[in-house]
Write a protein that binds this ligand. Structure first.
Ligand SMILES: *[C@@H]1O[C@H](CO)[C@@H](O)[C@H](O)[C@H]1NC(C)=O
Ligand SMILES: *[C@@H]1O[C@H](CO)[C@@H](O)[C@H](O)[C@H]1NC(C)=O
Ligand SMILES: *[C@@H]1O[C@H](CO)[C@@H](O)[C@H](O)[C@H]1NC(C)=O
Length: 336
């Protein structure tokens, strides 16, 4: 009985000690997170980042730790709608979370300054998202040092300067989303040498200009959106009957090519070519596209009879209007 009591005492005392020793959060990570909170000006949304609690126990807003390998290093930081007290840059201490594979800062109006080139020291990053904030300056070419990168999303900020031309060497990159910035210059020739994994390119609502490089014919893009720029040249390189393309959005540029000569992917579900200088006759193959549900070729230089049938029946006259000499339903009949 006495021994049992002793055992009980030992067990309870031991149990009592466990919580403080069982903190899974790595002290370096915790330190970095507390610095980040400070550099963000202690926003109320991060009040759960309490130094006396375990950063890995699921209570710290936007923080996750590596439970798979049981190392419990902070590998995921997902922060949005933060109420920063004044305009502040991306916290410099972010680079002190070396195990991050997912980093997202979005919808933070007071997040200003540039994307630090030192971000490239986060050598395990796969997903990097800085979106819907007020980040400015150029997209650093040092991103091409993070060989693990899978997707980049810097949409809806105030980024300027050229598209980073070295990122096409990233072996695992699947997509880039840079829409809604003030990026200038041409699409780099090097973008034709993205790996075969690269399937999504969204660059709409920028100030890109110049001719689309012929090298882009090498890509097999599922989604491409270049709309609302000042791009020109032969965008037929994005098409091809042997590609898996689902959506092509080129609206509001100055592209000029013969639409009659493009090959159509059977998976195409969206084709928005409005407001360009595209010429030629609409290909008959459009009527065979089983998934086509978005289509607009208005305000171009197209001619000839609109192919009849299939999903093309779904689109009204405003999807075809303001061309050079397109005719036939839903536009007025062709002159015989
Ligand atoms: C996490 O920490 C908080 C604060 O100390 C505590 O109340 C909660 O019980 C802990 N949760 C888990 C799952 O350990
Ligand atoms: C950028 O800052 C301006 C002015 O501070 C603010 O009105 C706007 O909402 C911010 N933009 C974003 C996307 O947060
Ligand atoms: C097609 O584009 C024209 C010109 O921008 C626009 O007026 C029309 O509403 C669009 N139609 C559809 C269905 O998007």
């Amino acid at each position: 009985m006495k021994q049992l009591l002793l055992l009980l005492i030992i067990l309870t005392t031991h149990n009592f000690i466990i919580p403080s020793h069982s903190e899974k959060c790595n002290p370096d990570d915790k330190n970095a997170l507390l610095q980040i909170k400070k550099q963000f000006g202690n926003p109320t949304k991060l009040s759960s980042w309490n130094p006396t609690t375990d950063c890995c126990n699921g209570t710290w807003e936007g923080v996750s730790c590596d439970t798979d390998t049981q190392t419990y290093r902070v590998n995921d930081l997902d922060l949005f709608d933060l109420d920063l007290p004044q305009p502040l840059p991306i916290p410099p201490s972010i680079i002190n979370l070396p195990f991050l594979f997912y980093l997202s800062l979005s919808r933070i109006p007071n997040l200003v300054g540039t994307i630090p080139s030192s971000i490239s020291s986060l050598s395990k990053l796969r997903y990097l998202y800085f979106s819907h904030s007020n980040i400015s300056g150029e997209i650093p070419n040092t991103l091409s040092q993070i060989k693990t990168l899978v997707t980049l999303d810097f949409s809806y900020n105030k980024l300027t300067g050229p598209l980073p031309n070295t990122i096409s060497s990233l072996p695992n990159l699947v997509g880039i989303t840079f829409d809604g910035n003030q990026l200038t210059g041409a699409i780099p020739e090097s973008y034709g040498s993205f790996s075969s994994l690269f399937t999504s390119m969204t660059l709409s609502r920028n100030k890109l200009s110049g001719k689309i490089p012929a090298s882009l014919a090498n890509l097999n893009l599922a989604f491409v959106d270049l709309s609302r720029n000042a791009l020109e040249g032969d965008a037929s390189v994005l098409f091809g009957s042997n590609k898996n393309t689902q959506k092509i959005v080129l609206a509001m540029n100055s592209f000029s090519f013969d639409i009659g000569k493009v090959g159509l992917s059977q998976n195409l579900n969206g084709l928005d070519l409005r407001n360009n200088k595209i010429y030629g006759m609409l290909p008959e193959g459009l009527t065979e596209l089983k998934f086509l549900h978005t289509f607009n070729v208005s305000y171009n230089n197209l001619c000839g009879e609109i192919p009849q049938g299939g999903n093309l029946k779904r689109f009204d006259e405003y999807c075809y209007s303001h061309n050079k000499c397109l005719c036939g339903s839903p536009l007025p009949a062709c002159k015989t």
